[in-house]
Design a protein around this ligand. Structure first.
Ligand code: PLP
Length: 455
């Protein structure tokens, strides 16, 4: 139970301010009438009657561990290797400001009005061009649904397919925001283990067989095949078709989440699973990592036979994706060198990843291993068995560095000996300094665990 609380509010125990009204705090208002003090005390100790009205679904919704550490990460002097923020400083911000002003001045009646629920035709066409750059050559704009980021598309997919108690399969580890979405729909998330080449097809197949023989309804496999968040692992090309085939045979949809695919450091992108499987894969894309997350524009490419269900569910939540933001993204794709910008990002993130890997080589104590990603934002560090990384967060903050403990990225409760380091938003020198600060914290934890271990 303690572990669940840790996961749902990773950081709350680190806050300084009092979270309940106590007698000490009431003493400060000793001149208040007795009944007012009574009322305050009741409010402080009894749950609000509205608690009874909450749905079981609401009780399942948790704050993301990443958002828990978001505020503390911003403190001056701390090195944050926690948040996977893209490096926006390299965008032409002044020029983009002029473009946004022009859209409002010249096309404000459209940009500031309600728009179509599926998104603008122009942006859906441009999205098809972007997907072609990754190897999806047959996408039609009518099968694209624009959403408030990939996050919202995950929510819509879960709403469309899942009843409480249904099963969703996910790589272990996986994106914490997706776990939060699935849990909010009261589904059972079943983790499938990965190796260095990603999801292991044989483990997927045997898990599906076991769950289906128990009578479970498995609805989809959620997978981040390129530079998985948090592990940085890429699903090997030769495994991709096999995984779709296993799912197809068991009548399970593949939900392929690919926000980092174009951010491969070297060489050409590996074709997404959607490329050769238009009827079996819902493909999610996003402008968050290749342009700007604050615009909240992502998309789903949906099999034609599911398009209407998906689009109606999306429209029921947002009415329409924001027209102004869509028009700004369209102008960016039309008028700017967006591919050049992606190349800039690839070079920049490759340098930062290398800085992180070199610093890990230089400073980390023996007994640790870590992944070596080919793209994306994250490196996943494994400590020896028995070390729990969650309590180390407090010590790391005291040492001036922030990371995300591994437990956040698994549906299973229980301690984790892993942690995630993000290199995307931090310059190389600062990355090295962060690792230098983290190393003694981890060394001490390893030593304490080894000392406590039975001889
Ligand atoms: C795998 C994955 N999917 C989705 C998202 C959220 O993307 P968006 O900003 O498009 O909602 C993230 C963000 O970190 C992510 O890592």
């Amino acid at each position: 139970m303690e572990r669940i609380e840790n996961k749902c509010c990773l950081f709350s125990n680190l806050e300084e301010y009092p979270v309940t009204v106590t007698h000490e705090t009431l003493d400060a208002g000793a001149t208040l009438p007795a009944e007012a003090i009574d009322a305050i005390e009741r409010a402080a100790t009894a749950a609000h009657p509205h608690e009874e009205l909450l749905s079981a679904r609401a009780a399942n919704i948790k704050q993301s561990a990443v958002r828990d550490v978001f505020d503390i990460s911003m403190q001056p002097g701390l090195v944050s290797l926690a948040g996977g923020n893209p490096y926006l400083q390299s965008l032409p911000l002044e020029k983009l400001g002029q473009t946004a002003a022009r859209i409002i001045a010249e096309e404000g009646m459209t940009a500031l009005q309600y728009g179509g629920g599926q998104g603008t035709e122009e942006l859906r066409q441009q999205i098809c061009t972007i997907m072609a750059a990754e190897g999806i050559n047959d996408a039609l704009p009518e099968n694209v649904v624009i959403t408030a980021g990939s996050q919202s598309a995950q929510d819509v997919a879960t709403k469309v397919f899942c009843n409480p108690g249904d099963v969703v399969l996910a790589e272990n580890p996986t994106y914490v925001g997706a776990l939060n979405t699935f849990e909010a729909y009261q589904v059972q998330v079943e983790p499938i283990e990965m190796d260095d080449d990603g999801l292991v097809p044989e483990l997927l197949e045997s898990r599906i067989a076991a769950l289906q023989s128990e009578g479970k309804n498995i609805k989809f496999l959620y997978t981040i095949p390129n530079f998985n968040n948090p592990s940085g692992i890429t699903l090997a090309e030769e495994r991709r078709q096999r995984i779709v085939d296993i799912c197809r045979a068991a009548n399970i949809i593949v939900l392929e989440d690919n926000p980092y695919g174009l951010l491969r450091f070297d060489g050409q992108p590996i074709a997404p699973m959607r490329a050769a499987n238009p009827d079996d894969v819902i493909y999610l894309g996003s402008f968050s990592k290749i342009f700007a997350p604050g615009l909240r524009i992502g998309w789903a490419l949906v099999p034609a036979h599911l398009q209407r269900r998906f689009y109606l569910a999306s429209e029921a939540v947002t009415l329409c994706p924001p027209p102004l933001n869509q028009m700004l993204v369209s102008a960016y794709l039309r008028e700017y060198d967006w591919q050049g910008q992606i190349d800039t990002y690839r070079t920049l993130y490759a340098e930062r990843c290398q800085a992180l890997l070199s610093a890990l080589d230089e400073y980390m104590p023996a007994g640790l291993t870590w992944t070596r990603p080919d793209g994306g934002f994250f490196v996943w560090v494994t400590l020896p068995e028995g070390v729990d990384t969650y309590p180390l967060l407090r010590k790391a903050i005291d040492a001036g560095v922030v990371f995300i403990p591994g437990a956040a990225f698994s549906p299973a409760d229980g301690p984790s000996n892993k942690l995630r380091l993000a290199f995307s938003a931090v310059p190389p020198d600062t990355i090295a300094e962060g690792v230098r600060r983290l190393a003694p914290v981890l060394a001490e934890a390893i030593e304490a665990t080894t000392e406590g271990a039975p001889q």
